[in-house]
Every structure is written in structure tokens, then in C-alpha cells.
Design a binder for this molecule. Structure first.
Ligand SMILES: Cc1cc2nc3c(=O)[nH]c(=O)nc-3n(C[C@H](O)[C@H](O)[C@H](O)COP(=O)(O)O)c2cc1C
Length: 200
């Protein structure tokens, strides 16, 4: 038996993904903010949900334009993401240099050095308690870096090559081990049975 203890609901959810949301400010300059409160859904086509708090310039921009990009935070971008996660409303970041890219299908700024970028158009908006809003974006285009382009969803995205940062409030983590394919459970049980024929 695994002994557990109950806790009041809190910021416990993990692992969380880490992305940088890219939007256009009203004067045309790019805005970037770090996001982790997000989820994806597949119903024949992909969608992404992003939760944005009231004071975010990114949120004003998404509400005005209905578009945003999401650039995956790979390990080498972790401190840029950390910085953008506390630089409220600024459109220039004098102490951290980074290259800005652009959407191919949607006019949104992206993080040039991110290996995977989603270009999204808002299809639904939900009002949440605490003056937060959740946006559902339909993914209209995906940009993949050349060195991970051979990854095919059927063969499995190579997460080790993408080298994403995961977040567990309030620390950043990398990943280091490929545990095997989805639907690999029967092979795994075979392996256990080879080691011990009594294994159920
Ligand atoms: C690790 C991390 C994760 C964050 N996740 C979110 C998030 O999911 N939603 C949100 O509204 N703010 C989130 N923030 C805070 C925003 O990134 C931060 O307030 C940012 O400066 C907003 O910039 P803006 O005002 O230019 O949009 C996060 C910050 C950090 C450091």
C-alpha cells in the first residue's frame, strides 16, 4: 500500500509544459511572455488551450487580434523563458538577446531558436474565476527545426531531440530518458515474464 496524505487544492499540477507565447502589440512591436498553464486536445485536428491572467499584455493582444504563436522552450532557452516570465508588458528586453522569427501562415512573432513553433488562431474564449481567461487556439501551422524535421508523429515525436523544459511549480526540469513507445505495454510484460515466468 502506498501511504498518501491529502492537501488543499494548490499549484501542484505537474509536469507542466513550458512555452513562450508571441503576439503583436498594438504599435506592431512583438511581445513575448512565458506560459505554462496550458493543455492540448485532438479531435481530428489539434487545438491548444492557454490560460492568461488579467495583467498580461499578451492577453490584450490575443483578445484584440485573435492570434498567437507558441514556441517550445528547449533547455537552452530556459533562462530566456524565465526572464520573459517576469518582464510584464515590455516589448524590449535590454539584458537578454534573442532572435525573433515569424509565423509562416499567421502574422505573429516567434522565438527563432525554438525547435518547435505553433501558429494558432483563437476559436473559443472562456472567462475564468479570478479575472483569468482561457483561450483555445486552432493550430494552423507548425514549424519544426531542420534537425528534428524527420520526426513523424506516427513514429513518435523525438522528445529527447526537442529537449523540452518541464515545469513543476516552481522549478524547471529537463528530460533524459526514452522509456519506450505508446502501446509498448505488452512488450514490457513479455520482458518481465522472461525475467520471471510467474509474472501475471
Ligand atoms: C514559468 C512561468 C510560467 C508562467 N505561466 C503563465 C501562464 O500560463 N499564464 C499567465 O498568464 N502567465 C504566466 N506566467 C507569467 C507571465 O509570463 C508574465 O506575467 C509575463 O511577464 C507577462 O508578460 P506580458 O505582460 O508582456 O504579456 C508565467 C511565468 C513563469 C516564470
Amino acid at each position: 500500500m502506498m501511504i498518501k496524505k491529502s492537501f488543499a487544492p494548490g499549484r501542484f499540477f505537474c509536469p507542466l509544459p513550458l512555452y513562450i507565447i508571441g503576439t503583436n502589440n498594438e504599435n506592431g512591436t512583438p511581445n513575448f511572455a512565458t506560459v505554462t498553464w496550458m493543455a492540448s486536445n485532438w479531435n481530428g485536428k489539434p487545438h491548444i488551450m492557454v490560460g492568461l491572467g488579467a495583467a498580461r499584455q499578451a492577453r490584450h493582444n490575443v483578445m484584440r487580434d485573435g492570434v498567437f504563436s507558441l514556441s517550445l522552450v528547449s533547455k537552452d532557452l530556459v533562462w530566456l523563458a524565465d526572464h520573459l516570465g517576469s518582464a510584464i508588458g515590455h516589448d524590449i528586453y535590454p539584458d537578454v538577446e534573442y532572435a525573433i522569427g515569424f509565423g509562416d501562415e499567421i502574422q505573429v512573432p516567434t522565438i527563432e531558436d525554438s525547435p518547435m513553433v505553433f501558429e494558432c488562431r483563437v476559436s473559443r474564449t472562456f472567462d475564468m474565476d479570478g479575472d483569468a481567461k482561457a483561450f483555445i487556439g486552432d493550430i494552423e501551422n507548425i514549424q519544426l527545426a531542420a534537425d528534428v524535421q524527420d520526426m513523424h508523429p506516427r513514429e513518435g515525436l523525438d522528445l529527447l531531440a526537442l529537449d523540452p523544459v518541464l515545469f513543476a511549480p516552481d522549478r524547471y526540469y529537463g528530460i533524459g530518458e526514452d522509456l519506450g513507445p505508446c502501446d509498448g505495454w505488452s512488450d514490457h510484460i513479455e520482458e518481465l515474464r522472461k525475467l520471471d515466468p510467474r509474472h501475471p
